[in-house]
Design a protein. Structure first.
Lengths: 399, 399
């Protein structure tokens, strides 16, 4: 039987990261390829206590259909925290719960883009977001990333060159895949551009709470006087990724369209876990839990940077993130990226090829993404040794 | 700020049922408007026990990212049950987990339909499915429903008249909103038609296990020798609606496209509840639990039918479901449907206007949907009395 798929799905391939994730069943492989939070970041015992209490005292609400926007006290608690911690939320904004941060990104695209429209993204960018734009039939237009965030001149030119651009997508803080944080000056400049062209933007901020070095930079959403920013985040990196609980804070008019789209996708997000998150947020010390995660990741990132410094030949460059989960390693021209990745796998180390994050899936990449939240300290040390060994071997072969 | 929404979202209104659901906060209103399962159908104590054990022994897996297709042992258990109970599943089929039955329907549309394509549905039809087709930019083409299921001649004509029809959507068993079950002869005829025209179909079967009268009718999927049927169902009506756990069994080639689309929507379904469902299915007596729900709904449906017979003037007609959650009441021409619904609300009874289920949202309706799973026995008796009082009043006014 030959099936006739929709145009938007015909070209879309399963995410390379997910494919790697599925193949990582070999326990002898050290994985720097994950995007997972450390299991140490899940407060399982506390969640178990609250869960038992919900089953005992509130099971009817927790197991029954609920409203699409999310559990009202939970929405209010998120909105309050956003206001207090990030200066986010004005009179025109509404906060709703989504099934992970991923759904917020996808719903924004569905609400704003027709098939054939363009979404401008910084290049490289989070593959899950790129695929959600593609799965809605939108084209992803990449704009180069500088050391302090997206190149603002090129961004403005991309908007001018693409009159069908309906949305901008950015991860200003601890970007995935590079770990780069956009400077406050650039944030202001980006906001002036979206204002000038009246083009809504997604500010995706899943890692914003995971700063372990440097000083806080205000979110672009906190500068959003005009109602142009759709702020997406989640509890995946601070409570549990598997529960799939995210949220958006965005102008109410856009949120209403996203609610209708969400109703048609999954009716609402698992209500039991919404209640569980709500009670954890309000009854336990979430800030102290987050402080522990930051400390953990800060130590792991420092260990990985130390390993990279010690082991990598100076021809390889890498970013120095102040938070989040990822480091971006860029190879010299003499080292072919895909050959490097394959040789690492032969030596039992998995990393993610940079091509996975390209806005243009056929463009080349000289970089790989590595992660420090999942591997053990021993694995971090050994993995960076392997990266160095293979790089030196390839460099000497090409001399 | 004026926003420029996508064409597909511009016209889409929030579901009338959800709006009613939200407004049903007045506790003095008797609601026949819900589509909710009875809270008595949630085995909360058993789920609590298993949940405690998962937190204790398997929390890392249950709280971490997982694979898009679903928890492998759970998928295997669902596939086995489908085979045993419904004769569903061939070599070319794959079973995956979705975020409620709703997501299976939406993903099928995303995989198969471009904006502007048509989906043929029986009319009236489940509003959530209609809206998920519309939110993907597809048009919903209605085909009349007879007492024994969709009109087969009109179905064939609709396919011939709509060359851009990419999919057929049916709820053959205990249809929402009418409660009608398609005869086995019609199922065979429908399958011959989709085979003749090579048009894939969704068989949506969320109520299939809730038979309390009559005899089982084979699913269309069980007749699917060619790989044309996407079978969607869920645990919402037998374990918990709020957890959002559904599944599809469909030809693997189509499923692969749906997996890519799902990855972009929510990455995967809440993994904790997948594990919880799996263990409930395999460690507890789910069949005996389902038998209890059937008994409960059988008694409630019988009470409602008794009340309708006793109280409604003979000019009003109603269906006699053998399972599921709904009865469909059709008014004579002398009674304007929306006026009837408004007068019922004044007397503190909520029902769903039939227009909500129309494939053409501007078409009229002479029917209302009522539900017997949620109201108490007293409410069922009193509600049917109100329905009778208002109908008699309106009939005498129009004489």
């Amino acid at each position: 039987m030959e099936y006739n798929y929709s145009d938007k799905m015909k070209s879309l391939k399963p995410s390379a990261i997910r494919e790697i994730f599925k193949s990582l069943t070999d326990p002898s492989i050290i994985s720097f390829a994950a995007g997972n939070p450390s299991p140490l970041s899940f407060p399982a015992d506390e969640l178990a206590e609250i869960s038992a209490d919900i089953f005992k005292n509130d099971s009817t609400t927790a197991l029954q259909y609920s409203i699409t926007e999310g559990y009202p006290p939970f929405r209010a608690a998120i909105a309050e925290r956003l206001k207090k911690k990030f200066g986010i939320g004005r009179d025109f904004d509404t906060t709703i719960v989504t099934s992970g941060g991923q759904q917020g990104i996808e719903l924004a695209c569905k609400a704003l883009c027709n098939e054939g429209d363009a979404v401008i993204c910084c290049n490289p960018s989070f593959i899950g977001a790129l695929n959600s734009f593609r799965s809605n039939g939108a084209n992803t237009i990449g704009v180069d990333l500088d050391d302090d965030g997206i190149n603002v001149e090129k961004l403005e030119k991309a908007i001018q060159d693409n009159p069908n651009a309906k949305m901008l997508y950015l991860i200003p803080t601890f970007q995935n895949p590079t770990g780069i944080t956009m400077s406050v000056e650039k944030r202001k400049a980006v906001y002036e551009i979206v204002k000038k062209y009246s083009i809504p933007m997604i500010e995706d901020n899943p890692y914003g709470e995971l700063r372990f070095a440097g000083t806080d930079v205000p979110t672009i959403k906190s500068m959003d006087t005009e109602g142009l920013v759709i702020y997406c985040s989640s509890f995946s990196k601070i409570l549990s990724a598997g529960m799939r609980i995210g949220y958006i804070c965005a102008p109410d008019a856009i949120v209403q369209k996203m609610v209708v789209a969400k109703q048609s996708e999954d009716v609402h997000t698992n209500i039991f876990f919404q209640m569980l998150c709500y009670r954890y947020m309000t009854e336990r010390d979430m800030d102290s839990h987050i402080a522990d995660i930051r400390k953990l990741y800060g130590a792991k990132c420092a260990l990985m940077l130390e390993g990279l410094e010690k082991n990598l030949p100076s021809e390889l460059k890498f970013t120095r993130p102040e938070g989040g989960l990822f480091i971006w390693v860029t190879l010299p021209d003499e080292i072919d990226m895909m050959t490097y990745v394959r040789k690492l796998i032969e030596k039992k180390l998995a990393v993610v090829p940079g091509t996975a994050f390209n806005c243009d899936p056929d463009a080349p990449s000289h970089s790989v993404r590595i992660n420090y939240s999942m591997p053990s300290d021993e694995q971090i040390t050994r993995g960076t040794e392997i990266m160095g060994e293979v790089a030196r071997e390839m460099l000497s072969e090409n001399k």
